[in-house]
Design a protein around this ligand. Structure first.
Ligand code: HEC
Length: 153
């Protein structure tokens, strides 16, 4: 039987294993602060919403609505608060309830500050968690029923 020397395959395998473990630990350590900042609403908007609504929120009307000004005006109507997280893009995003709440409140203050009602209260996590379960099958129908058609707001 051959002794396990420096050139034996087994020695290499275990040494590579250790190196990989160390590399993974180093990577996790380095990514820690990044993972924390990835939870910021701006980053989450960029990751989960901007693919369609664009980084600046202007969207591509008439197919993808703008995130500017209109949403603030809508907030005067109680049924339209839940609408923001019942549209499929919001409701079905991979964001947690807490992160989706933060993103929608961020969209309202970032892109709709001028049009928000003076007595506007930010959406709560519980409100969002409940609302997003009732995904709107026909967002446009709901929008017209409780608010207005695109371009009329
Ligand atoms: C795959 C493309 C896509 C993604 C991703 C997406 N949306 Fe949308 N969004 C749309 C479309 C299209 C509409 C129009 C309604 C519909 O057909 O769903 C819409 C409508 C909306 C509306 C209603 C606007 C209005 O004027 O009626 C809001 C609010 C909204 N999205 C927010 C979000 C948020 C927040 C995210 C990220 C968490 C997001 N969307 C991700 C495509 C998308």
């Amino acid at each position: 039987m051959r002794a396990w020397g420096i050139s034996s395959p087994r020695w290499h395998a275990s040494n590579i294993g250790k190196k990989i473990t160390l590399a993974v630990l180093a990577l996790l350590f380095a990514l820690g602060p990044m993972a924390a900042s990835a939870a910021s609403p701006r980053i989450n908007y960029l990751l989960h919403c901007s693919g369609c609504h664009l980084p600046g929120g202007e969207g591509a009307p008439p197919n993808v609505p703008t995130m500017h000004d209109v949403l603030g005006r809508m907030m005067a109507v109680p049924q339209m608060r839940s609408y923001l997280v019942r549209v499929p893009g919001s409701a079905q995003s991979a964001l947690s309830d807490t992160d989706l709440t933060a993103v929608v409140n961020w969209v309202l203050t970032e892109f709709n500050a001028k049009t928000l009602p003076a007595d506007f209260e930010p959406l709560t996590r519980d409100e969002v968690a409940t609302a997003r379960k009732s995904i709107l099958a026909d967002p446009l129908k709901y929008r017209i029923q409780h608010w207005r058609n695109y371009g009329e707001d």
